[in-house]
Design a protein. Structure first.
Length: 134
């Protein structure tokens, strides 16, 4: 078994991961990631912590993608170019945040975000038009 001297350290690290999970469950992904990053490479729980960081990042990116999708949906029925641009800008911001703030998200998720971003950028170009001067 595990020597009794190793118990407190491991349980403290388990507590860190438990606290990180609770933060993530409450959608506090940045705090959850910061907490999980307290577990360093020489720690036996490091692989588990890294896995959690990736999962938390994935969940955070998914949430930002949902917000971007909502903003995009809001822009669709709108004829007013300025308002449409506002929603598309919101969507773009959520997607850019996803890429910048959650570098540990899985590559497949980041790839999807980049694809979504390309669509939004393209729509923004169309809304902004070739020349806005009347």
């Amino acid at each position: 078994g595990v020597p009794s001297s190793a118990k407190p350290l491991n349980s403290r690290n388990d507590d860190i991961l438990t606290q990180a999970q609770l933060l993530a469950d409450n959608k506090k992904f940045k705090e959850a990631i910061r907490k999980a990053m307290l577990i360093k490479e020489n720690n036996p729980l490091y692989p588990q912590a890294q896995n959690k960081i990736m999962n938390f990042s994935n969940d955070a990116v998914q949430e930002l993608r949902n917000k971007a999708a909502q903003a995009f949906q809001n822009s669709l029925p709108i004829a007013d170019a300025r308002l449409k641009q506002h929603y598309l800008d919101q969507a773009r911001k959520h997607l850019q945040d996803a890429l910048e703030q959650y570098p540990h998200a899985p590559e497949t998720q980041k790839s999807t975000v980049r694809d979504n971003l390309a669509v939004i950028e393209n729509d923004l170009k169309q809304v902004e038009g070739p020349g806005e001067s009347l």
